[in-house]
Design a protein around this ligand. Sequence first.
Ligand SMILES: [Zn+2]
Length: 85
Amino acid sequence: MEKQICQSCGITLTEENKGLNADKSQNEEYCHYCFNYGEFTEPKMTLDLQIKKLSEMAISNFNLSEDEALTMAKKTLPKLKRWQH
Ligand SMILES: [Zn+2]
């Protein structure tokens, strides 16, 4: 099974970190850092900012170099639902 990732920030979705819909059911596409109670927590978030955030997370959590982290973030994030226009 393909692992589910948040369609906004790209982190792996687990039963614990899924966001909630307005009716408090679990949202299957976004984590609770990005989306909760039916709304995006940071409606002004942009793709560029999200790329920066994800690469910083990857540098500290996965020991990637800045270049590797940025490449990964730029490859992953533009494909996600929130950033498709
Ligand atoms: Zn997220």
